[in-house]
Each structure stands twice: as structure tokens, then as C-alpha cells.
Design a protein. Structure first.
Length: 201
């Protein structure tokens, strides 16, 4: 196998040992049982390495249900990749079963992120700052902050229940994740985040 790696400065490093310069560690997450948190764990590890440690992370979603891909891509983009034959299955069928030379970078989707999951970090930080301020104030200030936080928590829980229902449908009942179903939830999450930013601090 020959791999061509283009560096940021445009130089090319060609290697024949199947290794890519700069790629260091591999983490495999697998379990034959469904619903045990594999996809969630993969995204948590990837987002932590990327956001906290500034690492470039490659996720290879070899799950036939494409759960991680569905979390990272819009429904339309995922469907396009599947329609264009650019999934990991298509790559393996071409290169392994059919012994066809494959331009593997075509199968890599860059610049994706589980942004909605990352938003929950800011939601927590904003509510923590508000509750800390409420504790430092008088009883009236504390009561006002507590009431606001309770309302935000209720909205968060209702929104999370809707998201879980969509993901469960996709994971266990083969229901597609359509952009028209997901987009309103993302907008609600953004509005909820805006509410937490407006809390007194």
C-alpha cells in the first residue's frame, strides 16, 4: 500500500509501509451489543482530544447503522455520501473485495464536529456562574436565579427528550434523521444557550 500525505506547507511525504507520518495513536471502541454507549463514547473522546488538546482526530465509523456519522453530519450530507458510494463499506468493498485502487481521501469528510454536544459545556458553565452569583446575593436574588434555572432545566430536559427520541428512532427503528426534524431542535438549543448567557452573573 502506498499512501501520499500532503503537509500543511504543501510538501508531500510518500510512504510504502502503510503508515502516515504524524498519525500516532489508535483507539478502537467496539461491542457486539447495541445501545451500550459506543457512539457516545467515541464522540466524547474525539471532542475532548480535539477541543481540549487541539488534536486532529479521525473517526472511522464502521457501524452499519452509521450512528456517529449521523451525529456529525446533517442528514442530507450523510445521505449524499451513501448515495455517492463514499462510505467505509464502499471503500472496503472496492479495495479489499474487488482489489481496485481507491483514492481514499475521497472517503474522508473533514471539518465536522458534534457542535450540539459541545454547546452543553457552555450551558453548564453559564448556569454555574448564575447559581454562584445567586448564592452570593440576598434571598431575593437567590430566589430569582433559582426560578430562572428551574425553568431552563425544564426546557433543557424537554429538548433532550425530543433529541433522544429522534436518535432512538434512528438507532433502533431505522428512522431517518431528517434535517427538517433536527434543525428546529438545534435552533431551540441555541435559544436556550442565549437564555443562559442572559442570566445575571
Amino acid at each position: 500500500m502506498h499512501i501520499t500525505w500532503t503537509e500543511a506547507d504543501g510538501s508531500v511525504d510518500q510512504r510504502s509501509d502503510g503508515l502516515v507520518r504524524g498519525m500516532r495513536n489508535t483507539i478502537a471502541v467496539m461491542n457486539t451489543k447495541g445501545g451500550v454507549g459506543k457512539s457516545t463514547l467515541v464522540l466524547a473522546i474525539a471532542e475532548t482530544l480535539s477541543a481540549q488538546f487541539r488534536k486532529n482526530v479521525l473517526i472511522i465509523d464502521s457501524d452499519s447503522q452509521a450512528s456517529v456519522s449521523a451525529m456529525l453530519l446533517t442528514a442530507a450530507n450523510l445521505h449524499r455520501l451513501q448515495s455517492d458510494g463514499l462510505t467505509i463499506v464502499d471503500l472496503l468493498v472496492a479495495s479489499v473485495l474487488n482489489n481496485v485502487a481507491v483514492d481514499w481521501p475521497r472517503f474522508v469528510v473533514g471539518g465536522v464536529s458534534d457542535v450540539d454536544e459541545a454547546r452543553t459545556v457552555y450551558l453548564g458553565r453559564n448556569t454555574l456562574a448564575a447559581s454562584t452569583m445567586g448564592l452570593a446575593g440576598d434571598d431575593a436574588a437567590y430566589a430569582a436565579v433559582a426560578t430562572s434555572l428551574a425553568a431552563i432545566s425544564d426546557q433543557r430536559d424537554a429538548l433532550a427528550a425530543q433529541m433522544i427520541a429522534l436518535l432512538d428512532g434512528a438507532e433502533f427503528r431505522g428512522q431517518p434523521l431528517r434535517d427538517c426534524d433536527v434543525r428546529p431542535l438545534i435552533d431551540q438549543a441555541d435559544q436556550l444557550l442565549a437564555q443562559t448567557r442572559a442570566l445575571p452573573r
